[in-house]
Design a protein around this ligand. Structure first.
Ligand code: ATP
Ligand code: MG
Length: 231
């Protein structure tokens, strides 16, 4: 049945390649994420950061080594068993051609308008939403093309919080965003890092400063680990 409470995620010597005839993009990756803690993934483009999140979300199944969730091998759990524990914020958020409200609540009737607003406030997304014509009823174009990239990222943060997962998985966009939105994203990241269980790809020192563990990836290998003071 479903897991009800997130306790611990452990990677033990995990190696992974996308195809049998392509090179390994993760090599012997080991780390632990405990409830209430934060793990930050840093490293150059192509170093394997997003791949780690894709394995946790079971987008790909055929890893080598062991990934355990509360002591159970991930490959023995169904997507439904594990996925409600995680709120995933990926670089390329899927946005619906619908209202801001719908995109945060994902159409779930039990997520009330108050809950949507609270989630948006929590990640500082309400500041720009309140300025939109029709605010939470503002209709997004296909792929959110009538919003900035930074704004779509704030909506995906709000969605993750509203969906109520116990672990926040964040893949912070690298795309250049305007400085005001950038500021809001940083404030949101810092709040999530201070208050939630998080595994996140972060691009700024100010965000990772507050994480318990920073993993530095290079070509699929963890070359350094420690908190901000240790590195
Ligand atoms: P970025 O900072 O650019 O987002 P990343 O650290 O998240 O980079 P990954 O997306 O994890 O990097 O990619 C790691 C490696 O795996 C790269 O060499 C990439 O080209 C390769 N890769 C990623 N996705 C696929 C895929 N679907 N099929 C084959 N190879 C892939
Ligand atoms: Mg990535």
């Amino acid at each position: 049945g479903q897991l009800t409470e997130f306790k611990r995620l452990e990677f033990k010597n995990v190696s992974f390649r996308y195809n049998e005839d392509s090179p390994y993009v993760l090599k012997n990756v080991s780390f632990v994420l405990e409830a209430g803690h934060q793990v930050a993934l840093v490293g150059a483009t192509g170093s394997g950061k997003s791949t780690i999140l894709r394995l946790i979300s079971k987008t790909y199944q055929d890893y080598e080594g062991s990934i355990q969730l509360n002591g159970i091998e991930l490959s023995e759990l169904s997507v439904d068993d594990s996925n409600h524990l995680f709120s995933l914020m990926m670089q390329d958020t899927f946005l619906f051609e619908s209202t801001v409200h719908f995109n945060i609540a994902l159409g779930k009737p039990e997520i009330t308008h108050d809950a949507v607003r609270q989630a948006a406030k929590y990640v500082y997304a309400d500041q720009f939403i309140e300025k939109l014509p029709e605010k939470y009823d503002f209709k997004l174009d296909k792929n959110g093309s009538n919003l900035s990239i930074g704004q779509t990222q704030l909506i995906s943060f709000a969605r993750a919080v509203a969906q109520g997962g116990q672990v926040m998985m964040l893949d912070e966009a690298t795309s250049s965003v305007d400085s005001i939105t950038e500021d809001l994203i940083q404030k949101a990241m810092q709040r999530l890092f201070a208050e939630k269980t998080v595994i996140a790809i972060a691009h700024r020192l100010s965000t990772v400063r507050h994480s318990d563990m920073i993993l530095v990836l290079e070509n699929g290998v963890i070359v350094e680990r420690g908190n901000h003071d240790e590195l």
